[in-house]
Design a protein around this ligand. Structure first.
Ligand code: AMP
Ligand code: GLY
Length: 318
């Protein structure tokens, strides 16, 4: 068995560690990997966004399964490229990766699937005036989000309308976040506990992993701007089996069904960022199309053997 893990962070180290534990004699490769993955896998000096060289390496090493860690190569079509070359891949197509790469698209899917989520409106750059007027009528606090990929830093929680106006001007008028901020989602702020729920899926069914919480604000005591994630822990005391089952049946499965209905079936790792509101309803605030970072580092040590089998089965659509 030859497996390639694409990426070079702590998440990919955790994946190498869990796969090595599952498959002591497998040939593991990591591109580019890091000093932590070096004792577990053969690090290949190829950047995770170098689609051509990764595709060539998969052929040259006759890799049987590629597991893609970060969102950027997924959004750029690495899984499509490898599947076209006849290789099994754990990770969605570029079209399905839009569930993370376009928050505007994710909102449409949530709405059509009837999944609970914060009320929102989407605006493009030419609609700045309309967006500012919408904010003027919106209750405080509120959240302004760059629709595209922004390394976890594109959601601005705004205490008041003035802050929201600044965020809108920065994104739509001044080009903060570049192309990713040329479409914005303005969303109601949801009160409640956050939860990261990760599911391994073949596009139809889903295995939920132990839930995690990550802390995203830069500074102590929940202050400062959002980061991609400062740390994580798992399990989470309030994520009871009943709540996780509810998230599976009311959030994740309807989302997969809606994706399939749109002809963009999602296989790989579906990550739902959830806020459980005071009534106990799990609301989606974002989807990711990949393992969370740093959640994976906290979750995989709790997953007993079988990760390699599950990733392989999902990749083959089984
Ligand atoms: P996102 O990039 O959408 O995951 O947002 C980053 C962080 O912003 C989340 O982890 C939350 O802490 C916060 N956030 C995003 N959307 C909302 C919302 N609608 N209500 C409250 N907090 C939010
Ligand atoms: N920790 C949040 C993320 O992986 O997007």
């Amino acid at each position: 068995m030859k497996i390639l893990i694409v990426g070079g962070g702590g998440r990919e180290h955790a994946l190498c560690w869990a796969l090595r534990r599952d498959l002591p004699s497998a040939d593991l490769f990591c591109a580019p990997g890091n000093p932590g993955t070096a004792p577990l896998a053969n690090n290949l000096p190829i950047g995770s966004e170098d689609l051509d060289r990764i595709t060539r390496a998969v052929q040259a090493h006759d890799i049987g399964l590629t597991v893609i860690g970060p969102e950027a190569p997924l959004a750029r079509g690495l899984a499509d490229r490898l599947r076209d070359a006849g290789r099994a891949v754990f990770g969605p197509t570029a079209a399905a990766a839009q569930i993370e790469a376009s928050k505007a698209f994710a909102k449409e899917v949530l709405l059509s699937a009837g999944v609970p989520a914060a009320g929102s409106r989407t605006f493009v750059a030419s609609e700045l005036k309309m967006a500012l007027a919408y904010v003027d009528r919106h209750a405080e606090p509120l959240v302004v989000k760059a629709s595209g990929l922004a390394a976890g830093k594109g959601a601005i929680v705004c205490a008041d309308r003035e802050e929201a106006r600044r965020a809108l001007n920065a994104m739509l008028r001044d080009g903060a976040f570049g192309e990713a901020g040329q479409t914005v989602v303005v969303e109601s702020f949801l009160e409640g506990e956050e939860l990261s729920v990760l599911g391994i899926t073949n596009g139809r069914d889903l295995i939920i992993l132990p839930a995690a919480q990550d802390h995203k604000r830069l500074l102590d005591k929940d202050r400062g701007p959002n980061t991609g994630g400062m740390g994580a822990y798992s399990p989470v005391s309030f994520a009871t089996p009943a709540l996780l089952q509810r998230i599976k049946t009311e959030v994740m499965l309807p989302t997969l069904k809606e994706m399939a209905r749109r002809g963009v079936s999602f296989s790989g790792l579906l990550y739902a960022g959830i806020i459980v509101d005071p009534s106990g309803t799990p609301n989606v605030i974002e989807f990711n199309c990949r393992f969370g970072d740093p959640e994976t580092q906290a979750i995989l040590p709790l997953v007993s053997k079988g990760l390699a089998d599950a990733l392989g089965a999902a990749a083959r659509g089984e």
